[in-house]
Design a binder for this molecule. Structure first.
Ligand SMILES: [Zn+2]
Length: 747
């Protein structure tokens, strides 16, 4: 590995920079003594690549390892006298970023300087957000903007060429150096020492947290002080500073302590591994077993069930949001009189509202846009958001207006915003549910049932069955509402159908036990999902369904038929993280929870749950998903009229109900329970088209072109007259030629 501090060259510039014809403006480096000047006014879209970016790259190609190149400073001076001194490497980053500006015909200003102690994905994104996207969003076509950003941004990869020189690898010598030269590092790194004197004398439940604390201390030593201790930066310093490439958790196991390990069955092994991989490693048979032998397989099984579950969720979410569009005219503002009350408390949630429009009170005549720096302005205050949920233009069937969607509309105007919202949410949900690393975090919690539950059921080896201690099964029934059943298919096509271990596909979170006429709700304390066993499914299929007062279909099975039969499987492990993810799902798709919200509380709760689960979803997407779950109270197929002030004829229904009561027959048919859909009377009252009806499908169109056909299909209902009118509109009109046109001389 090459190190800049290992060898020092003092060759004069002129003996190394031998190809001045390739250096663009930087050939000046040869003429003056280590100092050159650039005026940003001279940089334009024609010369920035050949003269500046390529020129500088060629300088690096010839001499990146030379000390004088590290020390060269370039003075960037604006016409108004403002100036800044750059080293060549910072200048390269700035030129790449400035390329976006000159490509968009803007001039480079002093406030466009791109500089940060650590350049990370976040700092790059922030610069692009504030200097390019915020400025050009509503002035430049999003496709052009996208292309411009990409064409500049990809030049950051220019550094790849020097990877061998910049190479950063693990060097144990650096860790040994820290251990020998710094007492604080020694206490953390040396296992023999720490086992006796410090943090390793803790109870097994605390070992994870304490280890993490020590890891943070070690990271701080490496990033802040390693240069003073070792004389050069520790090999991990750059990666740890940029918070990219090294996971803190894995770094803990590598350098501090491996800690407690989950057993994959909801608990942790009663064996604490106090060593780290760096010092002593797995030094006993117990440690080897606990660390590597067992939990991995459970992780795979859990991941597979979770993927099947969230795959099904992704499908219904996508289906329910498929017919949501933006209004064709970016300047149209709908006449809604209803807004969504919201209080933003944390900067993280605030970020998800940038670009949204709000009012200070319901009768505030102005809409204000939430800007990037407005956190202190609105933090803790109640604001009235314009929101897709209450967009009158959406109710009219014209698509959500740009004002209610927020400025993100300019970026998403050519895509299906409903599908996009569903994809964004379900993609990260699936990713998180799938990640066995999260599921098998060392703090699993058990699925807990209440006393009522224990009276009727027992939980043996994660299978629920009727309790052996129940004295009589007379007049006791299980009642299951068919609407509560979640269907999920294992979409893995490679799976063998006759495989005994194939995954059960139906689950629910709650059901009713009727005991001598009294009904009890049965669920776990956290409403965990319970999967039906195939034995129970077989019995259910033998029973006919009945309809209750609310029109829901219920299946009733007497307890006497169920004695000794496993009924439900309980999820194996449920970490704190997957708990918050489940909360996200429950807010939008669990009847008891969803129906308890109103338009103001559901967005607040949804955004907070997403934030707790670490899911970065912009509020525009969240609101689009919620907007497709809002219907009139009396007429569940219709959306409320939001132009009436204080509209309260609305209800919030779950994604599953929204599909069952979807105004398009085709969408409902694609959902689930085909047989039930076909005999359900409401199916025959549905008359709205969907994008997936091939008859109403959008015609191919030029992006950005106002297409009459597209607009027509977005209207709420198509009547026969509409269709005839469309045919008429398409008929070519006879051409009438005016006399003066005929005699006009040809150009
Ligand atoms: Zn609107």
């Amino acid at each position: 590995m090459l190190r800049t501090n290992m060898k020092r060259y003092n060759a004069p510039m002129s003996t190394v920079l031998v190809n001045p014809e390739y250096y663009g403006v930087f050939k000046e480096l040869l003429n003056e003594s280590g100092m050159m000047r650039i005026n940003p006014a001279n940089i334009n879209k024609l010369n920035i690549m050949p003269d500046y970016i390529e020129g500088l790259l060629n300088v690096f190609r010839d001499s990146i390892e030379q000390e004088f190149i590290h020390n060269v400073r370039v003075l960037v001076q604006w016409d108004n006298g403002k100036c800044c001194k750059f080293n060549l490497f910072d200048l390269y980053f700035n030129l790449v970023m400035w390329k976006m500006l000159v490509d968009l015909d803007a001039t480079i200003q002093p406030y466009n300087i791109f500089i940060d102690k650590n350049i990370t994905g976040d700092t790059i994104k922030n610069w692009i957000d504030t200097n390019v996207i915020d400025v050009f969003l509503d002035k430049v076509d999003p496709l052009t903007l996208n292309r411009t950003i990409y064409h500049s941004y990809k030049h950051l990869q220019g550094v790849d060429e020097f990877a061998l020189y910049l190479a950063n690898t693990f060097n144990y010598f650096d860790f040994v150096g820290l251990d020998k030269l710094d007492m604080e590092a020694h206490k953390i790194l040396d296992n023999e020492y720490s086992a006796e004197h410090t943090y390793k004398n803790v109870a097994i439940e605390d070992a994870q947290d304490v280890g993490m604390e020590e890891t943070k201390k070690l990271i701080n030593i490496i990033t802040e002080r390693s240069k003073d201790i070792l004389g050069y930066d520790h090999c991990c310093a750059a990666a740890l500073r940029s918070q990219a490439g090294i996971s803190e958790r894995q770094f803990k196991e590598f350098a501090v302590n491996i800690g407690p390990k989950p057993d994959g069955l909801g608990g942790i092994y009663p064996h604490l591994i106090n060593t780290s991989f760096l010092d002593k490693g797995l030094d006993s048979l117990e440690s080897m077993f606990v660390e590597s032998a067992s939990a991995g397989r459970y992780a795979q099984i859990i991941a597979k069930t979770n993927v099947a579950n969230s795959g099904a969720f992704a499908r219904i979410l996508g289906l329910n949001n498929i017919d949501t569009d933006l209004h064709a005219d970016p300047n149209y503002v709908c006449n809604t009189k209803n807004f969504v009350k919201m209080t933003i408390n944390t900067p993280k949630i605030f970020k998800k509202f940038i670009g949204r429009w709000f009012k200070w009170s319901e009768d505030d005549p102005e809409d204000h846009c939430i800007g990037r720096k407005d956190f202190t302005l609105i933090a803790g205050k109640t604001i009235y958001l314009r929101d897709p949920m209450t967009c009158q233009s959406k109710t009219m069937g014209d698509g959500i207006c740009f004002r209610c969607y927020g400025k993100l509309a300019y970026i998403n105007r050519y895509v299906n915003i409903g599908k996009l919202a569903a994809e964004i949410l379900s993609a990260i949900l699936t990713q998180r549910f799938l990640s066995a690393k999260h599921i098998l975090s060392a703090k699993p919690i058990k699925v807990v049932f209440g006393d009522d539950f224990a009276k009727y059921f027992q939980n043996e080896e994660y299978l629920l069955s009727i309790s052996d201690e129940l004295e009589s099964t007379k007049k006791i029934y299980i009642k299951i509402n068919l609407d509560d059943i979640d269907q999920s298919q294992d979409t893995n096509e490679e799976a063998d159908d006759d495989d005994d271990s194939s995954f059960m596909s139906e689950s629910l979170t709650e059901f009713i036990v009727e005991d001598n006429g009294i009904e009890y709700n049965m669920h776990s304390n956290n409403y965990d999902s319970l999967t039906f066993t195939s034995e129970f499914v077989e019995i259910i299929h033998k029973h006919k369904t009945t309809t209750n007062d609310e029109g829901a279909e219920i299946v009733v099975v007497p307890f006497s038929e169920l004695v000794g039969i496993p009924l439900f499987a309980v999820p194996l492990a449920n970490s704190e993280l997957s708990k918050s993810l489940t909360e996200v799902k429950h807010i939008i798709n669990f009847r008891n929870k969803t129906s308890g919200f109103d338009k103001d509380t559901i967005l607040q709760a949804f955004m907070e749950a997403l934030d707790n689960g670490g899911l970065g979803v912009h509020s525009s997407h969240a609101s689009v998903i919620l907007s497709n779950m809002i219907r009139r109270k009396e007429e569940v197929l219709e959306t409320p009229d939001w132009s009436i002030p204080n509209q309260d004829d609305y209800q919030i229904i779950t994604v599953s109900s929204a599909l069952k009561y979807n105004p398009s027959t085709t969408v409902t048919l694609m959902y689930q329970g085909l047989r039930r859909t076909l005999i359900n009377p409401i199916t025959y009252r549905k008359r709205k088209p969907s994008k997936i009806d091939s008859y109403f499908m959008d015609a191919p169109q030029n992006i950005g072109k106002d297409s009459a056909f597209t607009k027509q299909t977005n209207k709420s209902e198509l009547t026969m007259e509409d269709m005839f009118r469309r045919v008429e509109e398409k008929k070519p009109q006879p051409k009438v030629i005016q006399f003066n046109e005929m005699f006009r001389p040809k150009e």
